[in-house]
Design a binder for this molecule. Structure first.
Ligand SMILES: Nc1ncnc2c1ncn2[C@@H]1O[C@H](COP(=O)(O)OP(=O)(O)OP(=O)(O)O)[C@@H](O)[C@H]1O
Ligand SMILES: [Mg+2]
Length: 367
C-alpha cells in the first residue's frame, strides 16, 4: 500500500494564502517563489488538514487565521486519491470548534492520512536542545503508535498531579496520596521507557542505510535513549520513587523520570553535535527524518505525504542531486519548497514533476 495522496487544496482565511485551487500530482510537487510568498504556508495547510494541527510550535487557530480575513473561521477543502477511490475532505475551524466532513458526511471514522514535515531548520534545535529532542521523540513516536500517545498523555497528567502534591509539602495525606499515585506512575514510566527503546532501536536500523542511500555517506548513525530506567520494571521504578520521595518534597517537583530522558545522536560513535560540521549535522538530521518515514511505512503499511521545506542551505550541489534522486525513487508523494534559484534549477530537471509558483499567497502558475 502506498497511501493516500492529495490532489487539490483550497483554503479560505489561512494565513496569506489566496482562496484559489492548488493542484498536486501523486509524485513530486515543487513549490517555488521568493521569500515570504506563502510556500511554507501551503505546506502548513496540507499538514493541518492531514494532522489536525500545525507543525509550528504554539501555533493554533489565532495564528493561522488570516489577519485580513473578514470571517473569523478557516475553511479547508481538499480532494485525495485513496487506494481505490477519490475522497473529499473539508474542515471548518473556528476559535472554539472544528468540524470535518469526509465525502460530504461528518467524518467518522477518520480518513487514514498523515503527513510528515521535513524541516531542515530543526536540525540546529535538535542538536542543541534536550527538550526539543524529547518533544521530537514524543511527537514522532505518538504518530507511529497510538497506545504510546495515550499512555504519554496519562503520564503527563499524573506528573502534573504528582508535582502538585510535592508542592504542598510532606504531610500524612500528601505522602499517602503520592504512594497511591506512584503505583500507576511507575507502570506508565516502565511502559514509556520500553516503547522508546523499542522504537529507537527500530529507527536506528533504518537510519544508517538511509544516510548511505541519500548522501552516499558510509558513516554509522545511531540514535539512543539516555534514560535512568533502562531495563527497570515498574516495581523497581516504584521503589526508586520511595527512595527519592524526601528529595522530591524538598525540591517540590519530580526530579527524575522519563520526563528527563534524552535521545542522543551518534555519528560513528561520537556525539554528532560535538563532532559534526553543520552540513554533516544537517545530512544526519535529514537522514533521521527520512528513516522515520520508512519506519512509518514499516509500522502503518502506508507512506505519509512528505512535506519538505527548503533543504538547500548548507548542502552542496552533489548532495542536492543525491537527495533529488532519492525522492525520485520513492513512491511517496512529495511537496518540496525552495526560494533558492540554483536548487530550483536542479528540481526543474525532475521529469514529470509539477511546478507551482507562489506569489503573495497565490499560485500564479502551475503545471
Ligand atoms: N495569519 C496571517 N495572516 C496573513 N498573512 C500571514 C499570516 N501569517 C503569516 N503571514 C504572511 O505569510 C508570509 C510568510 O509566508 P511563508 O512562510 O509561507 O513564506 P515562504 O514563501 O515560505 O518564504 P521563505 O522562502 O522565506 O521561507 C509572510 O509574508 C507573512 O506576513
Ligand atoms: Mg518558507
Amino acid at each position: 500500500m502506498s497511501g493516500v495522496k492529495i490532489l487539490r487544496l483550497r483554503t479560505e482565511n489561512f494565513r496569506n494564502l489566496a482562496p484559489e485551487m492548488v493542484e498536486f500530482i501523486p509524485g513530486i510537487n515543487c513549490i517555488f517563489g521568493p521569500n515570504g510568498n506563502g510556500k511554507t504556508n501551503l505546506l502548513e495547510a496540507v499538514y493541518y488538514l492531514t494532522n489536525r494541527k500545525s507543525f509550528r510550535k504554539n501555533t493554533g487557530f489565532p495564528q493561522l487565521l488570516s489577519i485580513e480575513g473578514a470571517q473569523p473561521e478557516l475553511l479547508l477543502s481538499a480532494a485525495f486519491q485513496g487506494e481505490q477511490d477519490l475522497h473529499s475532505l473539508s474542515g471548518k475551524i473556528q476559535a472554539e470548534s472544528e468540524e470535518w466532513w469526509l465525502d460530504n458526511r461528518p467524518e467518522k471514522p477518520r480518513l487514514q492520512i498523515e503527513s510528515v514535515f521535513v524541516n531542515p531548520f530543526d536540525s540546529y534545535s535538535f542538536h542543541t536542545s534536550a527538550s526539543f529532542r524529547r518533544q521530537w521523540l514524543d511527537s514522532h513516536l505518538g504518530q507511529l503508535d497510538s497506545e504510546y500517545k495515550t499512555m504519554l498523555s496519562r503520564f503527563q497528567k499524573s506528573l502534573r498531579f504528582r508535582n502538585s502534591l510535592l508542592a504542598q509539602g510532606p504531610n500524612s495525606q500528601t505522602k499517602l496520596q503520592l504512594m497511591a499515585l506512584d503505583e500507576n506512575f511507575a507502570e506508565l514510566s516502565a511502559f514509556l521507557t520500553h516503547k522508546r527503546l523499542e522504537w529507537l532501536n527500530k529507527l536506528t536500523e533504518f537510519v544508517t542505510p538511509t544516510f548511505r542511500e541519500i548522501f552516499a555517506e558510509t558513516h554509522e548513525l545511531r540514535i539512543d535513549l539516555d534514560t535512568k530506567f533502562r531495563g527497570w520494571d515498574a516495581k523497581r521504578i516504584f521503589e526508586h520513587y520511595r527512595l527519592t520521595e524526601g528529595d522530591d518534597f524538598e525540591s517540590r517537583h519530580t526530579s527524575s523520570g522519563v520526563h528527563r530522558d534524552d535521545c542522543m545522536f551518534f555519528f560513528d560513535g561520537l556525539n554528532s553535535f560535538e563532532f559534526c560540521s553543520l552540513g554533516q549535522q544537517k545530512m544526519s538530521f535529514l537522514s533521521l527524518l527520512f528513516a522515520f518515514i520508512e519506519l512509518f511505512r514499516y509500522k502503518l503499511s502506508f507512506y505519509p505525504i512528505v512535506l519538505i521545506d527548503d533543504v538547500s542551505g548548507e548542502l552542496d550541489g552533489q548532495r542536492w542531486k543525491n537527495l533529488i534522486q532519492y525522492l525520485c525513487q520513492k513512491s511517496f508523494q512529495v511537496l518540496i519548497t525552495t526560494a533558492n534559484e540554483n536548487f530550483r534549477l536542479e528540481l526543474e530537471k525532475i521529469p514529470h514533476a509539477r511546478r507551482i509558483f507562489m506569489e503573495h499567497g497565490r499560485p500564479v502558475s502551475q503545471g
